[in-house]
Design a protein around this ligand. Sequence first.
Ligand SMILES: [Zn+2]
Length: 260
Amino acid sequence: MSRTGLFDSHAHMDSDYFTDDRDALLTQMQEELDGIINPGCDEITSGFAVSLAEKYDFMYAAVGWHPEDLEGILDNSYLDELAAWAVHPKVVAIGEIGLDYYWKGNEPKDVQKRRLLEQLDLAKQFDLPVIIHDRDAHGDILEIFQKEVTGVRAVFHCYSGSLEMAKELLKRGFYLGFGGTSTYKNAAKVREVLQYVPDDLLLFETDSPYLTPVPYRGKRNQPGYTELVARNAAEVRGTTFEALAAQTTKNVKTLFNKIK
Ligand SMILES: [Zn+2]
C-alpha cells in the first residue's frame, strides 16, 4: 500500500484486539497514513494512548472517560489526572466522552450528563477540542451543545443522528466524523448527512477495531481502512478521493490544532 494522505481521526489502537500485531500494524500504517488519533475511554486506555503517541511520531492521543466506563470513576480526582495529561504535547483532545443510552448497564442519565459537563469544562480550560460519542442520546446531546456549552470545539464521531440535528451542529461549526457505518447498505440516513456536510467540517475515521467498513464488515477494523471510508465518501459526494483526502487531513489539523 502506498501513502494515501489520509488521517484516521479515531482509532482505538490500545484495544486488546491489537495485542498480537500492534507494532507491526502501526509500522505499516506509518507508511500509509498521515496520522492516527487514539482516544482513551478510561484511565488505563488514556494512558496507553499517550504511550503510543510517545512511541510513534504519527500517532496522537485524546484522553477522557467514555460514557460506558464511568463506573470506574470513584471521585473527582479523575479530572486532575486528565488535566495532567492535557498539557502533554501529543494530547490533542479530550475524548472520547459523551452519552450512551443504548447499554442498560451504563450509569444513569444524570450521572452521564454530569461527567460529560465536567469533561467539557476541562477541555475549555485547556483550550482542547472534544471527541463526542452519542449513542441513542441525540436529544440530550443536542440540548447540551445548543444551550449549556459555548466555546468548545467538537467532533461528533461516527455520526448517527438525523440530518436536522446535523444542520444544528454544523451551523455552530462542529465537525462530523464518518467511518465504516457510512458504507453499510442499510445506512442511507448516514449517507444523506455525509453528502450534506460542508467540505471544511468533514472528518474520516475507522473507530478500529469496531465498525469495519464494507467489504470487510464483521472482521477486525484497522486504520488502513480509512481509505475504504474515503473512497465511498468520494462517490457519495461526487468528488475525487485525492481532493477529500487533502481536505479532511487539513480539517484534522484545524480542529486538533496541536497537530502541526
Ligand atoms: Zn471510539
